[in-house]
Design a protein around this ligand. Sequence first.
Ligand SMILES: Cc1cc2nc3c(=O)[nH]c(=O)nc-3n(C[C@H](O)[C@H](O)[C@H](O)COP(=O)(O)OP(=O)(O)OC[C@H]3O[C@@H](n4cnc5c(N)ncnc54)[C@H](O)[C@@H]3O)c2cc1C
Length: 372
Amino acid sequence: MTLDFALSPELEALAAEAREVGREWADRCAIREDSWIAGHDAEVAKDLAARGWLGMTWPVESGGGGRSAMERFVVFEGLISAGAPIAAAWFADRQIGPTLLEFGTPDQQARFLPGILSGEAMWGIGMSEPDAGSDVAAIRTRAVLDGEEYIVDGQKIWTSGAAHADFVYLVARTDPDAPPHKGLSELVVDLGSPGVKVVPIVDMTGDDHFCEVYFDSVRVPVTNLVGELNGSFKQIMRQMEHERGGIDRLVSNRRLYEDVMAGADLSDPVLRQEAAALEIDYRLGRLLVLREVLGQAPRGFSAATKTFCTEHEQRVADFCGRALGPAALVADTELHARAARNITYAPGYTIMGGTTSILRNILGERVLGLPR
Ligand SMILES: Cc1cc2nc3c(=O)[nH]c(=O)nc-3n(C[C@H](O)[C@H](O)[C@H](O)COP(=O)(O)OP(=O)(O)OC[C@H]3O[C@@H](n4cnc5c(N)ncnc54)[C@H](O)[C@@H]3O)c2cc1C
């Protein structure tokens, strides 16, 4: 018996449409790599909504499309592989919407989901702090209850897209006396609130998509507390599953690879071997992502999927540098500039969303049950 990996004709047609639309949208920006995190285009977010490509798998009664996980997979594989600038909608579609659907109150769903589905509300994720990245339990930003409001003080860092965002999904300390991981809660904070200051950070590539966000006595209605008071740790773990197991972790620089391969000298046996290895990796990574998307991966395994896929993206960046040679660093053509940028950006692949060392700890301890 053979396994048939082919997509149905309907899925093939949807994938082809997404690839074509993705290329059109990508043509609007100079850089096509990392388009899900750095490619901000508010019009694209609205176009995604108009096509029914936001909230595709969410229940119809919540305003979603009620479509299958495979349909969503082929759409975003096509768009991100083409380099479409979808960052204005991506975090909300990938994890904030699903988190609100799972842990939010009906009132929160009614208030926040429509803006996500229409592509008009942009969200950032406010977890990391200067002294709390890998160690989430070290979060110090405080939220103190005062009547019907929380008063938030503290600082977040590396908050992607915050300069454009309307809301940040904040993890804050609500019980300073509880053990570190038991005193955290999640709040939706309107970034237009008095006391919020957003400062973009310029990264090694010259881009400034991530930011510092300061909170100085910011008042947040108690009705914006999502899920259990002091129960954030469990909710974060769930949210990370959405963040780590998706196709965005495999194809961030797929477009660069395709564009470099179009002119690569594959008569060079070393380059040919490397390309073959990357093609194999890519197919394996895609299967790992598909297992996550279809709910067939063991719990916690997204740590392995993200590790494998993001290390693949780093190998792609290296390969593009070698295939183009020193010209990749001169940045004298659009392709060379993209390759140069990608080489400098690539270390971030295995940092964002949890570093590879931390993910290997998770695998060892939680998936394999090895001694600590
Ligand atoms: C491009 C990009 C976008 C990002 N976007 C966001 C965002 O939108 N929102 C957000 O909240 N955060 C965001 N981050 C932050 C990201 O989640 C953190 O950078 C990451 O979790 C690591 O935290 P840190 O930078 O504080 O490093 P640290 O936690 O200080 O780690 C430093 C080094 O020590 C290692 N290390 C730490 N602890 C251990 C341990 N227990 N065992 C073994 N090794 C360990 C790490 O692997 C790493 O190599 C983003 C980061 C990047 C690069």
